[in-house]
Design a protein around this ligand. Structure first.
Ligand code: ADP
Ligand code: ZN
Ligand code: ZN
Length: 758
């Protein structure tokens, strides 16, 4: 690509400098490019955060103005002029820009990529913003003067008209109206037919403050722990402070969020709530809408691009008072941002796993710092990193140790299944417990974190095992629909009826996935309604809601599924949770496996006994003496975390050290290792030159699954006790890596603070 060439030029300091525009171009380029202002004067003042169309190479590109300078490192005579200014107002504020620039530097992502990842996709093109006028409703002169009691027989029409006349004589955004009144299309039609209201276009700006929704449900009175948490956080509004809200499932964390958001909105501010999963947004949105005034803008990847852009826009214009979204919502511009909440802050999905590998949780803390507002990280099973910060008093540590209301916590017990006869993978004790609960009219939840029918299909005659031709992995047998399927690359093939190696006919299915568990349960519990919830059974749109609805209505007695069950959904009728077969996770190679396993167990356990009926959790294991299980059982998640943090300290792992992982993959077996060996040599040179002996290099080694989707993979780990020297090292190493020659088809990436060691 033909780019503006960097030419060294020493400016004369006595000359008044020209106006130089420093622009980040929407491309994977780490540097900024200098331009002169457009030839014909721009219709708006040139301000950072505006998109510009700039000449680039032989064509042009969209860029964003980041800085206005008076000098340039290049020869000013060679600088080109900006072609045009694309926006009428900056899309990002100075604080937004600082956050993204900080993130780009910290995660070693080219600034242009980082910036345009943070914006709605369409804005990478020279497209104008959406129409900025907001559709609204206004009372007509007749509507403002009509005697309201003439509408007494149509109370919804009367209330709506009263609201318009009282709260918003200048008109009200339709979205606000819906937030206050729910669906009111029929009422609006009726009023319009009577000539009492009319549609209008509102200019963006501050939204009139609304009375709380007419239908607002009153919340419960807070208990003492909740009140302490609310007071502490509310007292911190207006300046930066990070909090860990460490509350067991059902302890009323969401209730605390609602009270805080209420206070923020009442003071004219905006709140941002980040959750790890799209699946968590509908329930949460529903609770927020019922309780809070002002429109909620939802942002996640399941929305179509236009909806997402519109919601982004409503947030950016200050119209939405609350933004609820997944990971990338952390970048949403919010002119009156006053509070950031991250729910389920321990969840690995808050870290982006490809491209711009940022942690939305860590950026939430950074953003709060830049904004000068509090940030709350909420979880029943906080990440060890977060607990560490709380223990060091960097974060305020607010605890909700008890369930709110009447619900009592579940009891967890281990069930040693060594030498026990199993049916459907269930020991006789667990089966008897299930029978007792079902007979009492209760529901049972079985957790098995493996989808499909059987993880292995093998030939009893010759030992053939179905393996993926593209991965170092076995193919999982699925019967609905019937195929052998690779869970790592998505490759599938028909199920053979004869052994492909010896033509023998004795093919056997080893192990049990959720499909098989479901099939095996039916004859054991013929009376029970059974529902399976995993990625396969809920692929069809609406199916998950249908199944969850059936469970809520009591049409289902046994609910089984994968970790989808551990996230967010409450099952108040469930009094017994059986956890089957987590043993393999106890011995996984990733150093985070124990933490993730403990979180999973506690999260699944939290689904049970939420109502007045107490829940019980039975964990089947062949390793009942395992220290992880023992500490979890005796002292709960907090006790487990203390032990696990001790182990991390001894092993010099996060949070006691900081990591960066370089991954490389290529079609040939030796290529990734060769690339990483050269990367290591580069690093050693830098470390010796900068005299930073505390940086350790580990590897390169082949990835735990070396071949995946037909490509060989390897990794090189960088570890350092402190962040600043690691960051300084990465700032030199990553550009050097970019410049390093590589073989065809080799791809590599740098992951700062990696969450998965794959
Ligand atoms: P979490 O977010 O910690 O899982 P929630 O806020 O969802 O907890 O609260 C769990 C349940 O307890 C909800 O049904 C909620 O309405 C109820 N609840 C919360 N706080 C209280 C309280 N102070 N008194 C009574 N019930 C409460
Ligand atoms: Zn065979
Ligand atoms: Zn595969």
């Amino acid at each position: 690509m033909d780019r503006p060439a960097p030419v060294s030029h020493v400016p004369n300091p006595s000359e008044p400098g020209p106006t130089i525009l420093r622009v980040a171009v929407a491309a994977p380029l780490a540097e900024l490019f200098d331009y002169l202002p457009p030839v014909s004067p721009a219709p708006v003042t040139l301000t950072p955060g505006l998109r510009l169309l700039v000449p680039f190479g032989r064509g042009h590109r969209v860029g964003m103005l980041l800085r206005i300078a008076s000098r340039t490192e290049q020869d000013p005579a060679r600088l080109k002029c900006v072609e045009s200014v694309l926006d009428t107002r900056p899309l990002l504020s100075p604080v937004d820009l600082r956050l993204i620039e900080w993130a780009a530097a910290y995660y070693r992502q080219p600034i242009g990529e980082a910036l345009f990842t943070a914006l709605p996709a369409r804005l990478r093109d020279p497209a104008p913003l959406l129409d900025e006028r907001i559709p609204g409703i206004q009372a007509t002169p007749a509507g403002l003067t009509v005697a309201l009691d003439t509408l007494n027989r149509a109370p919804r029409q009367r209330d709506l008209l009263a609201l318009l006349a009282r709260a918003a004589p200048a008109g009200l955004a339709l979205a606000n109206l819906r937030a206050s009144l729910g669906d009111c299309a029929a009422t609006l039609r009726a009023l319009r037919a009577k000539g009492l209201i009319e549609t209008c276009q509102l200019a963006p700006g501050l939204t009139p403050s609304l009375p709380p929704p007419v239908s607002a449900l009153a919340g419960p009175a807070l208990n003492a722990d909740q009140q302490t948490a609310v007071n502490a956080i509310q007292g911190a509004l207006g300046s930066f402070r990070a909090f860990l809200l460490d509350g067991v499932t059902g302890s009323g964390k969401t209730e605390v969020y609602i009270r805080l958001i209420e206070a923020v909105i009442a003071a004219g501010g905006q709140a941002l709530v980040v959750v790890p999963e799209i699946g968590l947004t509908p329930q949460l949105r529903e609770r927020f809408v019922q309780r809070l005034p002002g429109p909620v803008a939802v942002l996640h990847s399941a929305l179509n691009a236009r909806e997402r852009e519109r919601n982004w826009h409503r947030a950016a214009l200050g119209e939405a008072t609350l933004v609820l979204g997944t990971r990338s919502a952390i970048f949403t511009p919010l002119p009156r941002l006053a509070l950031i909440l991250v729910d389920e802050e321990h969840d690995a999905s808050l870290k982006q796993q490809e491209g711009f590998r940022y942690s939305a949780r860590d950026l939430a803390v950074r953003r709060a710092q830049l904004t000068g507002c509090p940030v709350v990280l909420g979880s029943a099973t906080p990440a060890l990193e977060t607990l560490h910060n709380a223990r060091l008093d960097r974060y305020g540590w607010l605890k909700l140790p008890q369930r709110a209301g009447l619900a009592r916590p579940p009891t967890i017990s281990l069930l040693d299944i060594r030498n026990q006869p199993l049916q459907a993978g269930l020991s006789s004790v667990l089966r008897a417990d299930m029978r007792a609960e079902l007979a009492a009219g209760n529901q049972v939840l079985l957790f098995l974190n493996r989808r499909g029918y059987a993880p292995i299909l093998t030939c009893h005659a010759c030992g053939w095992v179905g393996g993926c031709p593209h991965c170092d992995a076995r193919l999982t047998l699925h019967l609905h629909p019937r195929k052998l399927w690779c869970h790592h690359c998505g490759w599938s093939q028909p199920v053979p009826s004869l052994c492909p190696a010896c033509q023998g006919s004795d093919l056997r299915r080893l192990g049990q996935g959720t499909e098989r568990l479901e099939d095996n349960l039916r004859p054991l519990f013929p009376e029970a309604g059974i529902a399976r919830i995993d990625r396969d059974s809920t692929r069809r749109k609406g199916e998950l809601d249908r199944l969850l609805g059936a469970v809520q209505r009591g049409e289902i007695q046994i609910l089984l599924g994968t970790q989808m069950l551990a996230k967010g959904h409450d099952f108040p009728g469930v009094t017994l949770v059986g956890i089957l077969d987590l043993d393999h996770a106890l011995y996984a190679s990733d150093f985070r496996a124990p933490e993730r396993t403990a979180q999973l167990i506690v999260q699944v356990a939290g689904r049970a006994g939420r109502a007045e009926r107490p829940g019980r959790v039975v964990l089947q294991t062949r390793h009942p003496e395992h220290p992880l299980l023992q500490s979890l059982l005796r002292e709960g998640y907090g006790g487990f975390a203390a032990v696990a943090l001790g182990e991390r300290r001894d092993a010099e792992l996060p949070p006691f050290a900081h990591l960066a992982l370089v991954r490389a993959e290529a079609p040939g077996e030796s290529e990734p290792l060769a690339f990483l060996r050269a990367a290591r040599a580069l690093a050693e040179g830098l470390i010796a030159a900068a005299d930073t002996p505390r940086i350790q290099l580990l590897g390169p080694i082949p990835a735990p699954m070396e071949r995946r989707a037909g490509r060989y993979r390897a990794q090189l780990l960088v570890q350092c006790g402190e962040r600043p020297p690691l960051q300084r090292f990465l700032a030199h190493w990553s550009p050097a890596l970019r410049g390093q020659p590589r073989t065809r088809g080799l791809r590599w990436s740098l992951d700062v603070d990696p969450q998965e060691m794959l």
